[in-house]
Design a protein around this ligand. Structure first.
Ligand SMILES: Nc1ncnc2c1ncn2[C@@H]1O[C@H](COP(=O)(O)OP(=O)(O)OP(=O)(O)O)[C@@H](O)[C@H]1O
Length: 587
């Protein structure tokens, strides 16, 4: 998954964007960190005075108390500052997650279909988590370490400029080495995060088809796939750790080198009376204080590389196309009409992707309001795609899809979808209670409506037989419901939205006689109050239809009633004779 360069903001700007709402807390955390460093910086000056006073040249007791106070203040302020910064870092992670989640649910179907769900999930979970360290280590750590470094060097400058020169020379070497290592850290971190995405995708594939994996005896092979992805993530992380370690220790090494240089040059300057011993000791203590600041800065630079790789992956997910909130011309059409809706296809041509074959080739038909219309045709004829275009999951390449005479692109998307009830072929049951499942599309529906819909979908008896009635938990993907029950639960969910248009993609699986009759009655009842379009796989459904649209290879090849089509359409006659499931004996 890649994003055009012009769409990309620098990782730093993106991070600042996430951090902006929390800038107050960041500043407080940063100031507390600085105060910690400052209280530490004062210590060498006190030490210098103390050494000067030793041997009876001045008071010592008060200075020892002052040193103790500084040490305690250093610890207390440090702890508070650390907490404030970590809390803020968590808030930055939350900010990034909220932003990303808000976009993910509005993604276009085509964008989601072209990506591994597990990888998309890892961008919300794993990649955003990395922003926590980036915020504390890079954003705040970077700024505070630069300030602390500057302050330390200024304090050193007040003591002796020659020794400052020696110190900076040693530090310059570290800058060169870290500069060389940084791109390697970025590449390794990026690779590690991609591998975590691959683990997510592999897990999703395995859990998504758990029964098939077991039934196919593919446990070992799938385990190997996931392990391979995990090993790849380990390998890349170890590579990143290696370069991070080089960068981190180069900073420490430079400070040690500065220590030796200052000791040698400083010793010579003490011998030549250019500076006194107290100044040299104070200077050496400052070098000791330089160590954490230099290490922090090196950590900030390396963490930034990890964060930049994470930000790039988050940005890729955010750059995926989302559905328009309003209509295409942004003038919402509010069709506050009740009752069944009409549907018209006017010369609709469509393909899912420019590289894929045409799925609809100038499809035209008209469905008046009310009644039941069945779409039939061989597998792959483009029947389900009709529903996807009505729902505006995709847009036609040419031609128009009209609902109630208005192009679906002119409808406000929310209005359009709230006018439609859609039952997918493999209707999913969401984890939760039966009640939650039913109210999913209409959370405010009342008890009476619920009972009425249960009645329409012939579910009342089943619900009564359940131990907890509507509050029975239906497992992950509705494993506790039969195929027929699942389909009727999905129809009930759709009907509770009081749709003006019900799109029902009939399951291809065989149903028992009871479920078959229940489904048939359900559809007949629904067609009394709403326009029902059914992708039909059963003869019992098509014989019920007021009109049947026969599709073949992306075209409408015949329209009529069952009786008319059996006589007029050879394709329909063949389908009726050979392909429809569950003949109800009404040919
Ligand atoms: N999301 C998609 N991305 C790419 N191609 C798709 C997608 N959905 C369907 N297709 C392809 O479009 C063609 C028509 O599919 P569609 O689901 O509309 O057929 P159908 O008539 O409903 O078939 P069936 O009766 O088997 O459900 C098929 O060749 C299918 O492979």
């Amino acid at each position: 998954m890649t994003v055009a360069p012009q769409q990309r903001m620098s990782a730093g700007r993106v991070l600042l964007g996430y951090a902006r709402p929390h800038r107050g807390a960041l500043v407080v955390g940063g100031v507390l960190s600085l105060a910690t460093a400052a209280s530490g910086l004062a210590l060498p000056l006190v030490v210098r005075t103390l050494i000067g006073n030793l041997g009876g040249h001045g008071p010592v007791g008060g200075l020892v108390v002052l040193m103790s106070v500084l040490v305690l203040a250093n610890a207390g302020i440090g702890a508070l500052g650390g907490f404030v910064l970590h809390r803020t870092a968590e808030s930055v992670v939350l900010e990034a997650r909220h932003h990303l989640i808000g976009r993910l649910l509005r993604l276009r179907l085509s964008a989601v279909e072209r990506h591994e769900p597990g990888d998309l999930m890892s961008r919300v979970t794993a990649d955003t988590t990395l922003l926590r360290e980036v915020t504390t280590d890079s954003l705040v750590g970077g700024i505070t370490s630069v300030l602390a470094l500057t302050a330390t060097v200024v304090m050193m400058g007040l003591l002796d400029l020659t020794l400052v020169g020696v110190t900076l020379l040693a530090l310059a070497l570290a800058v060169v080495v870290i500069g060389l290592v940084v791109p390697r850290i970025h590449r390794a971190a990026r690779h590690a995060q991609e591998s975590v995405g691959v683990i997510g995708a592999a897990l999703e594939r395995m859990f998504g088809a758990f029964r098939t994996v077991k039934a196919s005896g593919a446990e070992d092979r799938e385990t190997e796939r996931i392990r391979a992805a995990a090993t790849e993530a380990w390998r890349a992380s170890v590579r990143a750790a290696k370069w991070e370690s080089v960068a981190g220790n180069t900073g420490g090494l430079a400070v040690q080198a500065a220590f030796i240089g200052v000791l040698s040059v400083g010793g010579a300057r003490v011998a030549s009376h250019a500076i006194d011993v107290g100044t040299l000791v104070a200077f050496l203590l400052y070098i000791y204080y330089l160590m954490p600041a230099v290490n922090q800065l090196a950590g900030a630079v390396t963490q930034y590389q990890v964060g930049a790789a994470a930000v790039a992956r988050i940005q890729e997910a955010e750059a995926l196309p989302v559905e328009p909130v309003g209509s295409s011309d942004d003038e919402p059409v509010f069709l506050a009409v009740d009752g069944p809706a009409a549907v018209t296809f006017e010369g609709v041509s469509f393909r899912y992707d420019p590289q894929l074959p045409v799925v609809h080739d100038r499809v035209s038909f008209e469905v008046p309001p009310g009644g039941m219309t069945a779409f039939v045709g061989p597998s792959g004829a483009g029947k389900t795609t009709v529903f996807s275009l009505i729902e505006r999951f995709y847009e036609p390449g040419s031609g128009r899809v009209l609902v109630d005479g208005t192009d679906v692109r002119a409808w406000h998307l929310t209005d359009l979808r709230s006018a439609i009830g859609y039952v997918e072929q493999d209707a999913p049951v969401l984890s939760g209670t039966l009640r939650e499942n039913l109210l999913f599309g209409a959370p405010t529906a009342g008890r009476d409506e619920l009972e009425q819909v249960l009645d329409t979908t012939r579910l009342t008896a089943m619900v009564r037989a359940l131990p907890d009635g509507l509050d029975t938990t239906v497992g992950h993907r509705g494993m506790k419901l039969s195929g027929g029950e699942r389909q009727r639960v999905a129809i009930a969910r759709a009907l509770l939205r009081r749709p003006r248009l019900l799109l029902l993609d009939e399951a291809t699986s065989q149903l028992d006689a009871v479920n078959e009759a229940a489904l048939r009655d359900t559809i007949a009842d629904a067609a009394r109050t709403t326009t029902v379009l059914v992708v039909a796989h059963r003869l019992s459904t098509v014989t019920l239809a007021d009109r049947i649209i026969v599709m073949d290879a992306g075209r409408v090849c015949a329209t009529g009633t069952h009786r008319e089509l059996v006589a007029a359409s050879p394709l329909y006659a063949e389908l009726a004779a050979t392909q429809f499931l569950a003949t109800s004996g009404r040919l």
